[in-house]
Ligand binder design. Sequence first.
Ligand code: GAP
Length: 444
Amino acid sequence: MDDLVSLCKRRGFIFQSGEIYGGMQGMYDYGPLGIELKNNLKQAWWRAMVYENDNIEGLDAAILTNPTILKYSGHEDTFTDPMVDCKTCNQRFRLDQVPEHCKKKDLTEPRQFNLMFKTNVGPIEDGSSFGYLRPETAQSIFTNFKNVVDSSSKSLPFGIAQIGKAFRNEITPRNFIFRVREFEQMELEFFVEPGSDEDWHKKWVQKRLDWWEKQGIPIESIELYDVPSDELAHYSKGTIDVMYKFPHGLEELEGIANRTDFDLGSHTKNQDELNISADVVENKSSNTRLAIQNIETKEWVVPYVIEPSAGVDRGVLAIMNEAYSVEPLGDGKERTVLKLMPHLSPIKAAVIPLKKNNEELVKLASDLKSKLQKLNLGRIILENTGNIGKGYRRHDEIGTPLCITIDFDSLEDNTATVRDRDTMNQERIAIDKLPEYLIKNING
Ligand code: GAP
């Protein structure tokens, strides 16, 4: 973990938020390379969900959330963690995360602590008008259920996908970006006929494992945890956690839950007229029926929900951890290389003129950069530092799959040297053929 944290800061992936004032616990900022990696991961998820499935639609809803939503979702009452205070060091911990050195000391009785951030909405600060920063993106998918069904004519099974920020006032944020107070989620709510839910649950677990493998997380680094009933969230009939071997231990990367008809059943009007199986609180506030009419029987059905919910930040950490390697180069030297899948790499290719002050070389390299950038594969940079060896080391360390060097021969024969990050092999390729070469090697 220390090596990763150091690389992230040194190369501009992730910084502690507000570092110049001592930082703030549980908050991180993504730097120039981190934002590229994070965006690439989110895009890969969006493509796999929304573009590759005609029965999945996207959504981008507000973060500030009406408290009524979180009352009926159960979050106001149940989204809590037990916490204890250590009377010796005056620190507060989650009950299951008390450090060894405090365990034998004087601890207070556990108290329930709600993890949601509350904030004033509007100019009056007397608490009469407030909202929550959403603790999960899921709830706005449920409250927009009818809007999406009506506007996109969906029938079961279908899904709504959303990527966005979520906030939790974690008692003990820790392990770098693993447990933070402000993070991003990639959540799919997949609505199915009651009765078909268990089959769909299994299908989604497999689909999600396949997807993580394509992002560079092999199945050997993952264990599935079938969450026992006494640990399930209040909405879940069954949850499979995708556990990854993070540098600090085996922990949850993604949860795939069978939320039954709890959420739509909780937020719908006319609950009595619907055959809701989950144990829901009476809803006197909703003005919308959240159900779908069966075309043949004309009966209203409250769909069950299968929810694959992944953390973007945990994804970034797992992917970087998996990609990070240190290789011997001979002569006692070594190189650090980030073997990211090319579609996730922050920079897809670096175009490097051999001499930084040679106008002809720089012009040819700069024209090539512009041409390759137009392919829309992601970021291509012109690396004009004049030190090829240093350039290669830097690009190995940040995971750039290809370095393209323009030298004096390039001016004569219109070819360039392309160096592969993983094998370090170099080959001479015609500049005209480079767009095709990049499309093949970056997109796979
Ligand atoms: N809508 C369901 C839900 O929010 P969750 O298991 O509480 O379920 C889903 O969260 C995912 O969000 C987790 O698997 C994890 O990847 C990520 N996550 C949750 N809390 C987090 C935190 N404090 N910091 C970073 N990621 C977090």
